[in-house]
Design a protein around this ligand. Structure first.
Ligand code: 3AM
Length: 177
């Protein structure tokens, strides 16, 4: 199974994000149900590995905290935009939580993820150069800021890559104190 660790988002926030999700040619919008904030992509794992991952995540100790979504941006690879996202206001608690998840998984032998953590919520997948329409879209919505969102648990999701959109299933939830 294909796994990742994320913060799920409250329904009101998912609705708010889906209200931003229109009017940009070439954007493959993420369905509201699928919005999440990835802490760690794991990838393919066997049943046994999944059980180890579950045990490792169950040892996470942390306090719940609040964070806010803020502004828009995109990821670019070789001059092509791959992901349009909503950003997250700078947040030490979130950075600490991500580091804890990373080290819990490192302890059970997952290779470290060396990329810098750039917290975001993917709004759309794309495959296009940076166009005026994209920069206009980002400018138009850049003042977006969510109400504070409580992070009181971390979720282990499985991801089934269907024909159209992936299906994400929460497999386990780990409460933050
Ligand atoms: O949270 P976002 O949408 O940025 O792009 C995938 C998604 O990220 C990412 O994991 C999240 C849940 O599917 N993902 C998928 N394949 C990946 C890979 N091979 C990956 N991240 C890193 N490496």
């Amino acid at each position: 199974m294909r796994l990742f660790v994320a913060l799920d988002l409250p329904w009101e926030i998912k609705e708010e994000l889906s209200e931003l999700s229109f009017n940009l040619i070439g954007a493959r919008w993420v369905p509201a149900d699928n919005f999440h904030l990835t802490l760690r992509f794991i990838g393919e794992a066997s049943r046994l590995q999944a059980e180890e991952i579950d045990l490792a995540l169950a040892t996470l100790r942390g306090r719940s905290f609040a964070f806010a979504l803020s502004g828009l941006g995109w990821f670019e690879k070789a001059g092509r935009v791959s992901t349009l996202w909503v950003g997250v206001e700078r947040n030490q608690d979130l950075a600490k939580l991500q580091a804890k998840v990373e080290s819990a998984l490192y302890r059970i032998g997952l290779p470290p993820d060396r990329r810098r953590f750039t917290p975001h919520v993917t709004l759309a997948r794309m495959d296009s150069p940076v166009t005026p329409a994209l920069t206009q879209f980002v400018q138009a919505h850049n003042l977006y800021r969510s109400a504070p969102i409580r992070a009181d648990s971390v979720t282990l999701f499985s991801s089934f890559l269907g024909k159209d959109q992936p299906t994400y299933t929460p497999e386990a939830e780990y409460a933050l104190g």
